[in-house]
Design a protein around this ligand. Sequence first.
Ligand SMILES: *Cc1c(COP(=O)(O)O)cnc(C)c1O
Length: 379
Amino acid sequence: MYNRVIEYIKELYGNPDFVGLHEPRFVGNEKKYLNECVDSTFVSSVGKFVDRFEQMVEEYTGCAKAVACVNGTNALHLALVLSDVKAGDEVITQPLTFIATANAISYCGAEPVFLDVDRDTLGLSPKALKEFLSTKTEKKEGHVYNKISGRKIKAVVPMHTFGHAVRMDELKAICDEYGLALIEDAAESLGSFYKGQHTGTIGEIGVLSFNGNKTITTGGGGMLLFRDIETGLHAKHLTTQAKVPHRWEFVHDEIGYNYRMPNLNAALGCAQMENLPMFLEKKKDLAEKYSYFFGAAGIQFLQQPEHSDSNYWLNAVILGNAEERDKFLTQTNNNGVMTRPIWRLMNRLPMFSHCQTDNLENAIWLEERVVNIPSSVRL
Ligand SMILES: *Cc1c(COP(=O)(O)O)cnc(C)c1O
C-alpha cells in the first residue's frame, strides 16, 4: 500500500539498502579543527573553539549571550535553575515532547504540568495556557499558585517541535501577564525563525541541542541563549563549577555544575555552523519535494505554520488514524526506510503519570497519527 512512498524515499537518497531518519554530515572543516584541538592539546574545558562557537551562535541567532553546555538536557536544567525553579514548584510544558524537557524539570525537584498543543505547530497552545491559568490558578503575594495542588508555578517551557515555531507572541504576552518565566526548548529548531526572530531568543532563555541527530551536531552538546548578558555571564559561571577566576587558587562562590562544553566538541560545532546555511537550504528543498509528493499521494505532510520559517529538522506526515499509522510504520521499517511515531505523551509514562494535565485533545489526536520520515541532508 505504501510501496510508492518507500520507492520514492529510497530514490531521494540514491537507492541505498537502508535510509536512516537523520544522519550527521561532515563535509567541511570538521577534521581540520579536530586535528587543531589534538595538536594543541586543548581538547578539554579550555580552548579557543568554545568561545568561537558561542560567538558564531550569537551572531547567527541574534541573542545577547550564548553559553555552550555538555548537552541540551543539562542546558535545560540550568535554564530552569536560573529561572528560580525550586523543589516543590511547578513548570508548565507540553506532553508532546522529547523526554528531556520533562526530565530537566524533575532535576529541579519540580513537577511538570502538561497542557495541550496546537495542531498546526505541535507545540504548547496559548489558548490552553490562558485557559489553565485563568481557571486553575490564583495570584497570592505576587506569585501564581495552582489551586488544585497548592504549588507555586514558576515557568512555562514550550518546545518548537521538529523545528516548527510555537506561537511565541501569544505565549509571551500570557507569561508577562502572570509573571512567569518563559524558557524555549529550541533543541530542535536551530535555523527556525518566528516572525523573523530566531527561536530560542524570544523568551528569557532558549536552549539548543547538538546531539548526533540534530540539525548540526557536536557529538553531544547544547547551548543556552540569553537576551540578557548578565544572566548569560552568570550561566557561564555556573557551568564552570562557579569557580572565581584566578590564576592558581580554587575558590568557588556558589553551587555550580560541570556543564561546560569541551573544546573538542566545540571544534566540531564551529565546522558544522559554517555549513548550517547549506544544510538548511537542502532541508527546505527536501521538505518541498516531500510536500509535493505526499500532496499527490493524498497523505498529509506537516507544513510550517504561517508565522514560522522552519528548519524542517525532522519531516513528518499525519496519517488518517492509528491503524493507518501502524501500517505505514510496519511497511516502511520492513523495507529499509526508517520511520518512527511521534513520542508517547509524557503523562502516559510511569514517572509522569501522576502529573496534572488538561484534556490534551490535540496532543492525543497527534500522538495517534504523526510519523517522522527520513530527513538527513541530501548531499
Ligand atoms: C534533543 C532534545 C533535547 C536535548 O537533548 P540532548 O540529547 O540532551 O542534547 C531537549 N529537548 C528536545 C525537545 C529535544 O529534541
